[in-house]
Design a protein around this ligand. Sequence first.
Ligand SMILES: Cc1cc2nc3c(=O)[nH]c(=O)nc-3n(C[C@H](O)[C@H](O)[C@H](O)COP(=O)(O)O)c2cc1C
Length: 188
Amino acid sequence: MTMPRIDDLPAIHQACWQQLAACTADKAHAWRVLGLATLDGGLPDLRSVVLREVDVPARTLMFFTDARSPKVGQITAQPQATLLAWSPVLGWQLRLRVRLSVQTSGLAVSSRWERLKMSPAAQDYLSPLPPGAPLPGQMPPPTPDRDSRNHFAVVLAQVQAIDWLELHPAGHRRALFSADGQGQWVTP
Ligand SMILES: Cc1cc2nc3c(=O)[nH]c(=O)nc-3n(C[C@H](O)[C@H](O)[C@H](O)COP(=O)(O)O)c2cc1C
C-alpha cells in the first residue's frame, strides 16, 4: 500500500511524532520495536527495545529494561545513542539521535512497576540472574519466586534530532529535523 505523500516539512515532522505516539497503543505498528544503538566502550552495540510511552510535547520516548542489563552500564558511560525505526506500511525510516537517562527508583519507576507487576511481563524484571549471565548446566533459567526483588528500570530518550527517509515509487525523499522541529530537505 502506498501512503499519500505529505509535502511540507512541519506536517512531516508532526506526522513522525503522531506515528511514534500511535505505537504505544498499536502492537502491530512496525515502529513499536526500535533498534537502539549504544556504545560499548569504543565498539557499537545494538538491540531491539519496545517503545512503551511517548510524550510528544516533551519530545521524549520511554523504554523499560532490567537495571542490571549491559545496556544500562553503556548508557551511564555514554548517554548519546541512536534509535532506528522502519515501517514498510509508511515507507518511512526514522533515525533518531537521542540522549538517554536511566531511572531505577522514584515515582516514574514505582508507578509503572505497580501496573506491570501482576502481568506476565513482570517476569522479565524478576530474574535472579542479570541478563547475559552464563547458565552453567541450567536450561531454562531459574524461575523467580513471588517475593523476588525486581530490577525494573525505565529509560527515557530525549530526542535531539530526526533523520526521516521516505522510500517511494515516485522518488525517495529525506529530511533532517532539529530538536525544535526545524526541517531541512537533504539528498536521500
Ligand atoms: C522484539 C524484542 C523486543 C525487546 N524489547 C526489549 C525492551 O523493551 N527492553 C529490553 O531491555 N530488552 C528488550 N529486548 C531484548 C533486547 O533486545 C536485548 O536482547 C536485551 O535487553 C539485552 O540487551 P543488552 O545486553 O544490550 O543490555 C527485546 C528483544 C526483542 C527481540
